[in-house]
Design a protein around this ligand. Sequence first.
Ligand SMILES: O=P(O)(O)OC[C@@H](O)[C@@H](O)c1c[nH]c2ccccc12
Length: 219
Amino acid sequence: MRGIALISEYKRCAPGRFVAYIEPWTYSSLVAGFSTAFSVLTEPYWFCGSPDIIQVFLETGLPVLHKDFVVGRGQLLQAACHGASAALVILDTVGWRSLDNIYSQARDMGLDLLVETFRGGDAAAVAGSYPGVAVGINSRDLSTLKVDYMRMLVELELASSKGPGRALYVAESGIDAPDKAAEAVGRGAKAVLVGTAMMKKPELAREIIEAVKGRLSSV
Ligand SMILES: O=P(O)(O)OC[C@@H](O)[C@@H](O)c1c[nH]c2ccccc12
């Protein structure tokens, strides 16, 4: 993925909670100027998403990440057919063996991957084994849905100290204030991914960029 720095996520709901309702075109026009990519929840049941929403964000010319629980080729095809430039894969959901397959299938389709984990050691291993993938370090433990931002910072630091220097770490979840974004960048994140807080308050995009000015990458 090129030029990632602030990844703005469009997410109307999440398991067990309503996030915010803002039309995709309104969100897009408010945050596009500060974003380097969009992430769009396409999963319908838990996240009120749809792959059709991707189109709205493509109009900005920015890369769009298709966000679903990808376990195989069908969902990668869906992402590619809807014009996404990248898809999310969760390491703990697919395991290392399937990740290998998914990685080569995605490459054949011209899709980039964001491989997500919540452990720094795994993040470093993914970055070392799959050059060019973005590696998400999630503050949310997907088995309990608990967000622990401080733990994510520790894992991020661990990943940065172990992984290759060019690793593209993305800090994910629970970033709801500019100083949290800046802190994650200070600990080695090359990009931050923000959903809930920006859905509720799109102006946060500008505030985040100001807080991390000169530190975010344009890899
Ligand atoms: O809304 P937040 O706390 O800013 O989090 C965004 C993003 O990290 C979160 O939506 C997410 C991270 N990994 C996922 C996997 C599937 C669905 C959603 C996610």
